[in-house]
Design a protein around this ligand. Structure first.
Ligand SMILES: [Zn+2]
Length: 543
């Protein structure tokens, strides 16, 4: 009996995790995530699955984040009717996150089709709709941590606490083969441990193969206990109030928003921060907060820190778009939490558009900002940005405070991996940008893992596994766009347009502006000549 492991996502990049385990008797997927980030990477979401959907017997889901769960409705649409095995927390979060993702697909496609129509192009279909997402929820079966379950013929699974977000798990998979059982451990996304709102990650010791995430594999963060975290947040609030205007916090709707709200409540109660009206301006975050009130029990605190979020009279939930629009009329000091966390979608963009030019406003970025996102541009100090087709000057105070990360850093990943040893076979590093993957590989080698058994798989790379070995197998592979982990040409175009507009405005006369545009027009014409094979190759390299 052969055992094959194929990486269909988060291989060489951070998003879209999906692994496929196949024997002669059964095939299971571990996660079915959506590619996120640069447009050229997101285009992969529209392509057919690179495997036969009717062969899949079960999906084992590590957690609810869209880059792990976001293509499940597409799988259902392609005919999948088997079980999706997840913890109760993951199921409940997926019940709000997947329909929301369906809404986003429908909206994006509506906009795109309007433009396609104007350009005479064919209409495109959404990847899936909110209704598809609702139907997918019927396939969920809940799994308890620590209990072994039969996932498919010859394949059992056991879920372990991952400490990353509510409901998150690492999944131990045991596969019967001719040489006896082979055990694999999929880390999923791992939390840093030492948090008050979530338990530390756990896992079995002694596995045959380990598949580990590498998001922060290249970085070490200074250790930070919950009290120190709150002190840093309190200082940001006091400074923002001093600046005189509102504080806008772009926050992930799930986990980050709830943790921030709980911390703000504690700090207000302790008199550490100026009193403020706090607006949670994200329908998804509001629905997710209900799940946290239900399931957010913390074994560290021995209570649910989210249970009494409603008790503060100054926390307002803005569900309807009109309620959100009314914030524009509000003057003076107040706090707004809005999704998305990396500023590339959602209501936060509207608030950024009206606040970024104001010197008295503060924007606080509380988490990781991926390359190519508006959040990353702001974090890197952009002096102007483009939002919904408009150029906006950045005069607000922009602050980064990466203290709410749900991810283990390099040191914590290595500690976790060592605790899973001895690893008889290979360690596969996934879910990272090149720095993270290479950084973690180096540290794992230093920690005693044999260097020739540390593998960084590429997209659609396939391996035939035995108890201690992993042999790469040739097979069809999609090409991962170059832009998977760096800004793509869409980002470069936006940057160029901003620079051009700024340059045109700075020029002293209309004649100078016309001359610059004429030079550009000549370059564009030269570029066309190169495309037609008539020009100097060097022109293309320079354009
Ligand atoms: Zn995650």
């Amino acid at each position: 009996m052969t055992l094959e492991l194929t990486f269909h996502g988060a291989a060489g990049c951070v998003t879209g995790f999906c692994a496929r385990l196949k024997t002669e008797r059964a095939t299971v997927l571990i996660d079915c995530g959506m590619f996120q980030g640069p447009k050229t990477l997101k285009a992969l979401n529209y392509e057919p699955f690179p495997f036969a959907v009717d062969e899949i017997d079960a999906v084992l889901l590590t957690h609810a984040h869209i880059d792990h769960s976001g293509l499940l409705p597409k799988l259902m649409r392609a005919g999948y009717r088997g079980p999706i095995l997840a913890t109760a927390g993951t199921r409940d979060l997926c019940a709000v996150m997947l329909p929301d993702a369906g809404d986003i697909q429908e909206n994006e496609v509506r906009h795109l089709n309007r433009r396609n129509q104007q350009r005479g192009r064919d209409a495109v279909e959404p990847i899936y709709t909110a209704r598809d997402a609702q139907r997918t929820l019927e396939l969920f079966r809940t799994v308890k941590l620590g209990r072994e379950i039969q996932a498919a013929p010859g394949i059992t699974a056991r879920y372990w606490e991952a400490g990353h977000i509510l409901g998150s798990a690492s999944i131990e998979v045991k596969v019967e083969t001719a040489e006896g059982p082979v055990t694999l451990l999929f880390s999923g996304d791992l939390g840093p441990g030492g948090r008050d709102f979530l338990p530390d990650p756990e896992g079995p010791a002694g596995v045959d193969h380990l598949i580990i995430e590498s998001t922060y594999g290249g970085r070490v963060r200074p250790p930070l206990d919950p009290a120190a975290r709150r002190r840093l947040l309190a200082k940001e609030l006091r400074d923002a109030k001093k600046a005189g205007g509102p504080l806008l916090i772009p926050a992930f709707a799930v986990e980050r928003s709830q943790e921030l709200l709980a911390d703000l409540q504690i700090l207000t109660r302790e008199g550490e921060i100026p009193e403020a009206d706090i607006f949670l301006d994200s329908p998804l975050a509001i629905e997710a907060t209900e799940v946290f009130r239900e399931r957010g029990w913390s074994p560290v605190l021995e209570r649910n820190p989210f249970e009494d979020l409603y008790s503060s009279g100054r926390l307002m939930f803005l569900k309807e778009p009109q309620e959100s629009d009314r914030l524009e009329r509000l003057r003076g000091w107040h706090v707004i939490l809005a999704a998305s966390g990396m500023c590339d979608a959602g209501r936060v963009r509207k608030h950024l558009k009206r606040l970024l030019w104001r010197q008295d406003a503060t924007v606080l970025l509380p988490g990781f900002q991926a390359v190519g996102t508006l959040g990353r541009l702001l974090a890197e100090g952009a002096s102007s940005v483009r939002i919904q087709g408009e150029d906006i000057m950045v005069r607000a105070r922009v602050r980064s405070l990466d203290i709410y990360s749900g991810h283990a850093d390099q040191r914590q990943l290595v500690t976790w991996a060592k605790a899973r040893g001895p690893v008889a076979g290979h360690v596969f590093l996934a879910h990272g940008e090149p720095d993270g993957l290479e950084g973690l590989r180096g540290e794992l080698a230093k920690a005693g893992f044999p260097a020739d058994r540390l593998v960084i798989p590429g997209l659609d790379d396939r391996f035939v596994l035995s108890k201690a070995g992993a042999a790469p197998e040739a097979g069809p592979a999609r090409i991962l766009p170059n832009a998977a982990s760096r800004p793509d040409w869409h980002n470069a175009r936006a940057r160029l347009m901003l620079d051009l507009n700024a340059r045109l405005e700075a020029l002293p006369s209309d004649a100078a502006r016309e001359a610059l545009l004429a030079t550009l027009a000549r370059s564009v014409a030269a570029g066309r000549a190169v495309d037609a094979g008539q020009g100097e190759p060097s022109v293309r390299a320079a354009s």
